[in-house]
Ligand binder design. Structure first.
Ligand code: SAM
Ligand code: SF4
Ligand code: SF4
Length: 368
């Protein structure tokens, strides 16, 4: 098939699909033998929060240029790309952002994605990560559209501290209400993600554990990461997950649990009294790149192979140039087969991409 004429400015970014076509087999692996199993799709780069570690207000201020609507992948485009990814082996899709519930009619997208089936005929594990601010209003329509579960981010129970951390004056009570409404709507089991920043919210670890213990929600503690180039990350603000476990264990004894799957990013710990479990995600102190099966599709349709990548592959350019599904499948296969990203394993070493590199993508654009 001849290459199509595409705008000059986009030429370098359009992924290659020349040579023999690669039909999806579900068995794609990268240079480190990692399969492609998870896809995170960022549906908007906008957010109604300004979390200090993600979209600091000094950077994401009123003059910040968010993407215009035409730059965003449409729902049709997302569904089309997702279908190809699923044919290549993706079993789990997570919608994220920015704040995904700000994307108008997100339920329509969920309805379409819920109809996709793996090559073996199984439905996808279809989830969404949200800051919870609009969850109480949307939980039922999300469930009705076919969403399997939700993950809600909550960094503190102390209302004043939470308002400072989201820097948009949102109250803890609204997020807790969202979590309860989502549980009642059947979007369970709900995961609650707390990013721990030493010296900012680490005193909330035990109160958060106490609150969610026995609630059915699984609380997960995430080490604060050096993602993007705007949050002024410093290693001294990372509280290693081992210490999170120690602090909780001192109040509520814990025991290690088996991982559900080999690619699970969280280490699981169960309360010895049988009242549920917590998870710790040690992105900084215990890299899990060896089992990273995750690709990320940015708001404007660029495919990123790692959270810490400095460039993406322009799938939007590819499909808007008129490429057929076979060509898209071939391009994705080429990209994944060439993947060797393992930033967290290399962090701090000479071969790691520089932390000061201003091109490093922001979490709100690529999706957490
Ligand atoms: N707005 C939604 C939310 O907050 O859940 C979805 C997008 S947000 C970028 C996804 C996740 O990334 C959230 O759980 C957030 O706490 C986490 N996150 C953002 N910046 C982070 C950082 N520097 N280190 C660790 N986690 C981070
Ligand atoms: Fe928004 Fe989520 Fe980033 Fe907070 S973590 S600023 S809620 S995208
Ligand atoms: Fe995956 Fe990159 Fe994170 Fe490693 S650093 S686990 S390769 S996203």
């Amino acid at each position: 098939m001849p290459r199509r004429i595409i705008p000059l400015a986009d030429v370098s970014a359009i992924p290659d699909f020349s040579g023999a076509a690669t039909s999806p087999s579900g068995l794609l692996t990268d240079t480190l033998a990692r399969p492609l199993r998870d896809l995170r799709i960022s549906v908007t780069d906008r957010c109604n929060f300004r979390c200090v570690y993600c979209m600091p207000r000094e950077v994401f201020d009123k003059d910040y240029q968010f993407l215009p609507h035409a730059a965003l992948l449409s729902f049709e485009e997302i569904e089309r790309l997702a279908r190809v990814f699923v044919a290549h082996g993706v079993e789990k899709i997570r919608l994220t952002g920015g704040e995904p519930l700000l994307r108008k009619n997100i339920e329509f997208l969920i309805e379409r994605l819920a109809l996709l089936r793996t090559p073996e005929g199984r439905p996808l594990d279809l989830t969404l990560t949200t800051n919870g601010s609009l969850l109480a209003r949307k939980a039922k329509s999300l469930k009705d559209a076919g969403l399997s579960r939700v993950t809600v981010s909550l960094d503190a129970l102390d209302d004043a501290l939470f308002r400072r951390m989201n820097d948009a004056d949102f109250a803890v009570a609204d997020v807790l209400n969202g979590i309860e409404t989502a549980q009642a709507a059947g979007l369970a089991p709900i995961k609650v993600n707390m990013v721990v920043k030493r010296g900012t919210n680490d005193q909330e670890i035990v109160p958060m554990a106490r609150h969610f213990k026995g609630s059915g929600a699984v609380l997960r503690f995430i080490e604060y990461m050096d993602v993007g180039a705007s949050n002024g990350w410093n290693m001294s603000e990372v509280l290693p997950s081992v210490q999170v476990v120690e602090r909780i264990d001192a109040h509520f004894p814990l025991e290690p649990l088996e991982a559900h799957t080999a690619a699970e990013t969280a280490q699981r710990w169960g309360y010895r009294d049988g009242s549920g479990e917590i998870g710790v995600i040690s992105s900084v102190t215990r890299a899990f790149c060896d089992s990273c099966t995750r690709a990320r599709l940015s708001t404007e349709g660029k495919l990123y192979l790692c959270l810490f990548a400095v460039s993406g592959h322009d799938l939007r350019g590819l499909i808007r140039s008129g490429a057929g599904d076979d060509e898209v499948a071939t391009a994705i296969a080429r990209i994944w087969e060439a993947r060797g990203d393992r930033y967290s394993q290399l962090r701090g070493s000479a071969s790691a991409p520089s932390r000061d590199d201003a091109r490093r993508v922001e979490m709100s654009y690529i999706g957490g």
